[in-house]
Write a protein of this length. Structure first.
Length: 100
């Protein structure tokens, strides 16, 4: 997501499993909201990717998500550098590792 003067919101259906081969990058003065509901959705880094790269004032809200097997140099699931606010609700992390 890139700052286009508005916010971005993504809803992932409960029970869904998304596998990442690269991360989602967000920079600029905006809010990126990624949510599920109920049992939540699983975001899988496949031991090769952190899933979110947040910088430049971008804020991130995560809800009802299960992060698994994320891997990155500076963030196993979420790398935030110079980011805005980061908030979570009903979020879990399993097997996510940063190498630095």
């Amino acid at each position: 997501a890139v700052d286009q003067g508005r916010n971005a919101s993504v809803f992932i259906p409960p029970g869904a499993r998304l596998a990442f081969s690269s991360n989602v990058a967000c920079s600029g003065d905006m809010l990126l909201s990624v949510r599920s509901s109920g049992e939540g959705a699983t975001l899988d880094g496949k031991k090769s990717s952190n899933m979110f790269d947040i910088s430049g004032g971008c804020s991130l809200y995560l809800e009802a998500l299960h992060f698994v097997d994320g891997r990155g140099a500076y963030g196993g699931a979420v790398f935030a550098y110079g980011a805005g606010d980061i908030a979570t609700k009903d979020v879990s992390f399993t097997g996510c590792e940063a190498s630095e």
